[in-house]
Ligand binder design. Structure first.
Ligand code: SAM
Length: 219
């Protein structure tokens, strides 16, 4: 996975590559899909959600420029895999998930790996961020937003980096936002397909329930 899917496609950050080599991805996929744990694809998880393709996790993590001690907010805990990768690098992570059962399972997995002293798992709508815990040096939104969420952007520290897939529920562009004072520089970083961010700063429930085009699995 690391050599072919990540390094072979241009992921260069050695800390990201080492963390993805170290975190046992099989712990984060449903038991009937174990044989696909290191495959080059997103996989379905409980609550109709998904664990993202390894390359996408690596790309988002690399765009954050993670380092030990960095304060990171993740919106969309899902399986807990991305949070585990960030914590393995040494980041201090708050991760928010709207489905309580996913948050509970993710927290149990992170505890099993001894990572809960670095990760706080919360249940709720993360689309407006966590103003009380801001500023964050990095924010990763691992669900598709209709636009760069202004509330999240405003919770970045100076020089902080926000990574978010932006577009329609069917197709998005990965966008990196870097804060310089009250200016926010945006860098488009490639096409992707994620499940929707559902909430006050994302899509409405009805819009999010629309079936994806061509029945494609979203990341
Ligand atoms: N990062 C995850 C991982 O490593 O497995 C993958 C996340 S999955 C692609 C997207 C997640 O975002 C889903 O679990 C979904 O329930 C969650 N989500 C969607 N809208 C949300 C919101 N407003 N607040 C928190 N979580 C949300």
């Amino acid at each position: 996975m690391v050599e072919r899917q990540l390094r072979g496609r241009g992921i260069r950050n050695e800390a990201v590559l080492a963390a993805m080599a170290a975190v046992p991805r099989e712990l984060f996929v449903p038991s009937d899909l174990l044989k696909y744990a290191y495959g080059d694809e997103a996989l379905p998880i409980e609550a109709g959600q998904s664990i993202s393709q390894p390359y996408i996790v690596a790309q988002m993590t690399e765009l954050l420029e993670p380092r030990p001690g960095m304060r990171v907010l993740e919106v969309g805990t899902g399986s807990g895999y991305q949070a585990a990768v960030l914590a393995t690098i040494g980041c201090r992570v708050i991760t928010i998930e709207r489905h309580a059962e996913l948050a509970a399972t993710a927290a149990a997995r992170l505890a099993q790996l001894g990572l809960l002293d670095l990760v706080r798992v919360e249940v709720g709508d993360g689309s407006l961020g966590r103003p009380d815990d801001a500023p964050f040096e990095g924010i990763a939104v691992t669900a598709a937003a209709p636009a760069v969420p202004v509330a999240l952007r405003g919770q970045l520290a100076e020089g902080g980096r926000l990574v978010v897939p932006v577009g329609s529920p069917d197709l998005q562009e990965m966008v990196l936002v870097v804060r310089h004072g009250e200016d926010y520089e945006e860098f488009p970083s490639g096409a992707c397909v994620f499940v929707p961010l559902v909430g006050a700063g994302g899509f409405g429930e009805r819009e999010a329930r629309r079936r994806p085009l061509f029945g494609r699995l979203r990341l």
